[in-house]
Design a protein. Structure first.
Length: 109
């Protein structure tokens, strides 16, 4: 049985402090016409265990991070930001089975 591992980055270490985007807005994502709020791209990542994660970012940008990690050194993890909690999580690219663009919260609500 294959196990999927997701590691949470310790809160005391913030390697991306200078690179964080402003809260509630992704670079390159514009407001939907008439939405009255920020449009936020979300992607659902499904692991080999069936566990799903909702990740901040478009499907294309999440895919690029996962593919980049898979082409990196042995056991390089893809660091992504979980939607809602904002926590950084590391995903083993070998255990990802599906990506799906999730509907934006502002588009449905």
């Amino acid at each position: 049985m294959l196990m999927s591992f997701v590691f949470e980055r310790p809160r005391s270490i913030d390697l991306n402090a200078g690179w964080r985007r402003p809260a509630g807005r992704l670079a390159g994502v514009s407001d939907a016409a008439g939405s009255g709020g920020d449009a936020v791209a979300l992607t659902l990542v499904t692991m080999t265990t069936g566990q799903r994660y909702e990740i901040d970012g478009s499907a294309e940008s999440v895919e690029a991070a996962i593919v980049g990690a898979s082409r990196g050194s042995i056991m390089q993890l893809a660091w992504l930001t979980e939607a809602g909690s904002g926590r950084s999580i590391a995903i083993n690219p070998l255990h990802v089975v599906a990506l799906e663009a999730a509907p934006s919260p502002t588009a449905t609500g």
